[in-house]
Design a protein around this ligand. Structure first.
Ligand SMILES: Nc1nc2c(c(=O)[nH]1)N[C@H]1C(S)=C(S)[C@@H](COP(=O)(O)OP(=O)(O)OC[C@H]3O[C@@H](n4cnc5c(=O)[nH]c(N)nc54)[C@H](O)[C@@H]3O)O[C@H]1N2
Ligand SMILES: Nc1nc2c(c(=O)[nH]1)N[C@H]1C(S)=C(S)[C@@H](COP(=O)(O)OP(=O)(O)OC[C@H]3O[C@@H](n4cnc5c(=O)[nH]c(N)nc54)[C@H](O)[C@@H]3O)O[C@H]1N2
Ligand SMILES: [Mo]
Length: 774
């Protein structure tokens, strides 16, 4: 474990596959986290740092967006194994220096794995790759800002630039970033959300009028029934397991809907409780529906159909008629549609579930007064993702399960501030009301034409319509779909700029010229002219709270994201008559940024003062707070969605691309996926044993994954086939190794999110050499 290099690369000879774990967390999890933190940070620093994670006086965990309990209810260690890994990555003692860049030309970096790049440590000074050069050399901050300003000034139109954001960025940095982009003149603000929960936002906005989840932590924990659909909390939101445990202890039940039997969903050992450490833990899921990939729309329609049938059998006892009449529209059409169109044969084909399993779940729903549905990437990254999530809403509306305590929709966000970034205006199509307020506050005319999202940005870069790319965090090259296309698109740019903490593939695959602008992380003290600064973030349930770094900065030359963005903006907009913004003043004291936010963003009135409250404050959510639905007719909308079965030709299967337990998106911490029994290797494809047998393949053989799409085939080579208890016909492999298989044009209707969870593939015996690959 830890910061080693080549010894940890994918090495097929070392790959080990064992039985999947039957429970998550517990002692091994805590031990794992501490071992990794100690190695990277040293024991004293590790303990001091980890004690401050998610505490009222500390910093927000950079891991995930799961909320914290109110200050009085928090435990001493309010973090998890994977949060500790995220902190260790940032608080590492390793440094990427100018000597490192002198020794490693860009062509060398481009041949390195993501794991190797990331584990080099923190970047400590601005670096510049001159046009056509193969090496980064040190550059001063002002010179770097000048290079960007000159390149932006040379564009034919502001729309030839794109301003990408990843979801770790604070509210304050996000706000000045979008202000900079819009004052420069473009709405090209693609963000990681375009690849993540965009489908949730689109589905929820069009049905309940607000694109965010409608439950608080207290709602979730007091539900009678929680459905966890298309989500692997044991790895990606470990603190959610404590909340699910509370549901169980309060007598509620939990149902997991997933093609994979994820360890954390089936049983959980709470490391923060003694009985969790010694006992077998809590059996979490009362029912596990092992659904086929993409079967969820059919499942939710089938559930709604059963509720309608139950109502027919005992009129007036099943549906919430008062709620339907007062607060919804389209119920009659929806009921007619589901009754008329849904065939049980289609449901069986789409879900792979027995009718009795769906009956059992319907029985649980009927017995439950308060139902919450939680979901993540298993629902959002499909062609029909928006319609599927609308179907979840239909299902909940029938029994009035939105806008009352203990019930509602719970999209579980990924990056720790991805929801807040959106609230701050990071979106290529912010509504006019926001643009009006922004323009009024800063006396300028924001551009109105919608900008490019991630997929459109890649197309525009490929076609020469976007020529300067700026990334505030993230790893656009590795996280994006269709790796070969995205890499070529990036290389076609005149200048690419990355504001980053650690190295990744987007520093190795760049435009003709490239800049790396190293930034402070969330764990670090941020002292500006106006004193030590705090920033703010919004969690998955709309709580806004402060975050203050406590560690000394990784290097004396680092600047905060806010300072970097303000520096870029000042240099770029310097000669513009309409730039009335005091960028240096904003960078010197973030309270001034919060003052602007308070006047522009609804719900942030008196922002700075309310941030001082312990635990922060809750943003308004009209459906949750008062059953007010800000849709055009003021009602929650039922929608009619045609349930199409994703039919797979013989000899093919569906592939989902997932996260292992040892990664944070494109940051690879280590080579193990402990809960799934895979160790020391990532180039594996998990396939049902009967599917392997039907293909004449044995467990352990090497295969190429061949993606089939309208424009031809894509190939990801040399994966070890692992017989695994996944749903029939549904394979799984890790992202980003498999992003080469995600066609750029294969996206969800209405959200344009790449379909990373339902790729049509076939397996072929590997034709290349069996070797460690990137
Ligand atoms: N440690 C750690 N934490 C993280 C991250 C990380 O990489 N590492 N990433 C963060 C980010 S940005 C995000 S968005 C979240 C991601 O959190 P998740 O969405 O949990 O992440 P994935 O690994 O994509 O897992 C998708 C889950 O959905 C299931 N699934 C796939 N397709 C389907 C389907 O068609 N139907 C159903 N019902 N289930 C399906 C998969 O089997 C898997 O359990 O986690 C966040 N937290
Ligand atoms: N095939 C496939 N592709 C996917 C997905 C999938 O499930 N399957 N998931 C998608 C999802 S849900 C998401 S959210 C995207 C993620 O896309 P991104 O958000 O672009 O990618 P990350 O890997 O999270 O970005 C990691 C990098 O962020 C930088 N970084 C870390 N902390 C900070 C910080 O505090 N400040 C700054 N400025 N930089 C920092 C580091 O340099 C690190 O290398 O990937 C998407 N891509
Ligand atoms: Mo995400």
């Amino acid at each position: 474990m830890g910061s080693g290099g080549g010894d940890l690369e994918d090495d097929d000879a070392r790959l080990r596959v064992g039985a999947p774990a039957s429970s998550a967390a517990g002692l091994p999890g805590v031990g794992h986290a501490l071992a990794q933190s100690w190695e990277r940070m040293g024991p004293g620093r590790a303990v001091r740092t980890l004690r401050l994670v998610n505490q009222d006086h500390g910093f927000d965990c950079p891991g995930c967006a799961w909320p914290e309990h109110a200050p009085g209810e928090r435990s001493v260690v309010e973090f998890c194994e994977n949060g500790a890994k995220a902190v260790a990555e940032e608080a590492t003692r390793s440094r990427v220096t100018r000597e490192f860049f002198a020794a490693h030309p860009v062509s060398d970096l481009a041949g390195r794995s993501g794991h190797w790049l990331g584990s080099r440590g923190r970047i400590v000074e601005p670096m510049y790759r001159a046009p056509g050069a193969d090496r980064y050399v040190p550059v001063g901050w002002d010179e770097a800002f000048g290079i960007v300003a000159a390149e932006l000034a040379g564009l034919d139109s502001p729309d030839e630039a794109a301003f990408y954001t990843s979801g770790r960025t604070s509210n304050e940095a996000a706000f000045v970033w979008q202000l900079f982009a819009r004052m420069f003149g473009t709405n090209n603000l693609p963000d990681c959300s375009n690849m993540c929960h965009e489908s949730s936002g689109a589905a929820l906005t069009s049905t309940i009028g607000v694109g965010k989840g409608s439950v608080t932590l207290a709602d979730l924990e007091s539900a009678d029934l929680v459905l966890v659909v298309g989500q692997n909390p044991g790895t990606n939101h470990p603190r959610m397991l404590s909340s699910l445990e509370r549901v169980k202890r309060a007598g509620g039940s939990i149902v997991a809907v997933n093609p994979l039997p994820e360890a954390g969903l089936l049983r959980f050992r709470n490391p923060q409780q003694v009985r969790g450490i010694v006992g077998r833990g809590t059996a979490l899921a009362d029912q596990f529906l092992q659904i086929r990939l993409n079967g969820d729309m059919a499942l939710f329609q089938a559930l709604s159909r059963r509720l309608l049938d139950a109502e027919d059998a005992a009129p007036g006892t099943v549906l919430d008629h008062a709620f339907l009449a007062e607060h919804t529209s389209g119920f009659t059409e929806f009921a007619t549609h589901v009754r008329g169109h849904l065939s049980e044969a289609d449901v069986a084909a789409a879900t792979g579930l027995a009718a009795a399993e769906i009956d059992e779940l319907a029985g649980r729903v009927l017995a439950a007064d308060r139902v919450v549905v939680c979901w993540a990437m298993g629902l959002t990254q499909h062609a029909n993702a928006v319609a599927t999530i609308q179907e979840v809403v239909n299902f909940l509306l029938l029994r009035g399960n939105i806008g009352r305590p203990g019930a509602g929709v719970c999209p579980v966000r990924g990056h720790s501030n991805v929801q807040g970034d959106r609230t701050m205006g990071i979106w290529e199509k912010m509504p006019d009301a926001f643009l009006d307020a922004l323009g009024a506050e800063f006396s300028f005319a924001p551009p109105r034409a919608h900008g490019h999202d991630v997929v459109e940005t890649i197309r525009a870069m490929r076609d020469g319509r976007v020529r300067v790319f700026l990334g505030l965090g993230g790893n656009f090259v590795a996280a994006g779909p269709d790796s070969a296309v995205t890499e070529a698109a990036m290389r076609a740019c005149r200048l690419t700029v990355q504001v980053s903490t650690t190295l990744n593939r987007s520093h190795a695959v760049t435009g003709r010229a490239a800049l790396i602008l190293p930034t402070l992380g969330r764990t670090e003290v941020d002292v500006r002219a106006g004193g030590a600064q705090q920033v703010s973030v919004e969690d998955s349930m709309g709580m806004v709270h402060a975050s203050r770094g406590t560690l000394p900065p990784a290097g004396p030359d680092l600047r905060s994201e806010v300072a970097i963005v303000c520096g870029l903006a000042e240099a770029t907009l310097a000669r513009r008559a309409d730039d009335s913004v005091d960028w240096a003043g904003l960078a010197g004291d973030y309270r001034r940024i919060r003052g602007h936010i308070a006047r522009v963003v609804p719900g942030f009135e008196d922002f700075d003062a309310r941030l001082a409250a312990p635990g922060g404050f809750q943003l308004p959510h009209p459906p949750r707070d008062s059953r007010t639905f800000p849709t055009p007719d003021g009602r929650a909308a039922f929608t009619e969605n045609v349930c199409e079965v994703l039919r797979v030709p013989p000899g093919h299967m569906l592939l989902q691309t997932v996260r292992s337990h040892d990664q944070y998106n494109t940051t690879i911490y280590g080579m193990d996926d402990r809960y799934r029994g895979v160790r020391r290797g990532r180039r594996v494809v998990l396939v049902h044993p009967d599917d392997l047998a039907a293909l004449g393949l044995a467990d352990g053989v090497h295969v190429d994954l061949v993606g089939v799409w309208t424009d031809g085939e894509r190939r990801a080579e040399n994966f070890r086939a692992v017989a695994y208890p996944t749903a029939r016909g549904c394979a799984a492999a890790y992202f980003p190794e498999t992003n080469v298989l995600v066609p750029l044009d294969s996206t969800a209707a209405r959200s344009n999110t790449p379909t990373s969870k339902s790729l049509l593939i076939r397996l072929e015996p590997a034709r290349g050499p069996v070797a460690g690959a990137r």
